[in-house]
Write a protein that binds this ligand. Structure first.
Ligand code: GAR
Length: 216
């Protein structure tokens, strides 16, 4: 099987990107080639992480496009130039257009820092998600890796992992726990499942096939 050419889209610090790059080193993501990291922000620290791992980087600067359509079209052009099959949104903070979603149907994986369908949708990104979780008083939160559909955070769910909310948590403390205990584990795992050809989508249900090792 040819490795799946994968692009990771980022906007900020890139700790999820780092988790992906580390998992590649330890061979925990099978049959994947990280072909490119594309940032919407020229100053994103994620670009440094990519360069340190010798992954080619590209900037498609949101600030230099008049609207979402032209910005998304520039990303689509870049993905097509690079012959990308799988797109991973790892802390990418912009919603892309329906054209992008339909061109890459069930080929875009997003990581969201909550248990969808709670605490998700427009306005729920980054630290805001954890602020809302603490305001509401839920005792469990977590992260979700899902395919991207036209509905923000509404596509078929691949993997989820729960994380405890603890007394005295601040949004920052909770964000870190959700990253460590959930995001950095399920995002590399979801990428590997895709690249190994173990995911199939039926409506909004994602089925996960056993690995050949599990069968043996
Ligand atoms: C992560 O917590 C990610 O789940 C979240 O932004 C953070 C980016 O951190 N994404 C969203 O909220 C998308 N709706 P990172 O740049 O260190 O990976």
């Amino acid at each position: 099987m040819k490795p799946v050419k994968t692009a990771v889209l980022v906007s900020g610090g890139g700790t999820n990107l780092q988790a992906i790059l580390d998992s590649m080193i330890f061979d925990e993501i099978k049959n994947c080639e990280i072909t490119a990291v594309i940032s919407s922000n020229p100053n994103a620290y994620a670009l440094v992480r990519a360069k340190n791992a010798n992954v080619p980087t590209y900037v498609v600067d949101r600030a230099s496009f008049p609207n979402r359509r032209t910005f998304t079209d520039a990303i689509i052009d870049k993905l097509r130039d690079l012959d990308i099959e799988l797109v991973v949104l790892a802390g990418f903070l912009y919603v892309l257009t329906p054209r992008f979603v339909s061109l890459f149907e069930n080929r875009v994986i997003n990581i969201h820092p909550a248990l969808i369908p709670a605490f998700c949708g427009d306005g729920y990104y980054g630290l805001h998600v954890h602020e809302k979780v603490l305001e509401y008083g839920v005792k469990l939160t977590g992260a979700t890796a899902h395919f991207v559909s036209e509905v923000t955070d509404g596509g078929p769910i691949i993997l989820q992992k729960a994380v405890e909310v603890k007394e005295g948590d601040t949004p920052e403390i909770l964000q870190r726990r959700v990253m460590e205990e959930a995001e950095w584990q399920i995002l590399p795992k979801a990428i590997s499942l895709y690249c190994e050809g173990r995911l199939s989508v039926e409506g909004r249900i994602v089925h996960i096939k056993e690995s050949s090792e599990e069968k043996a």
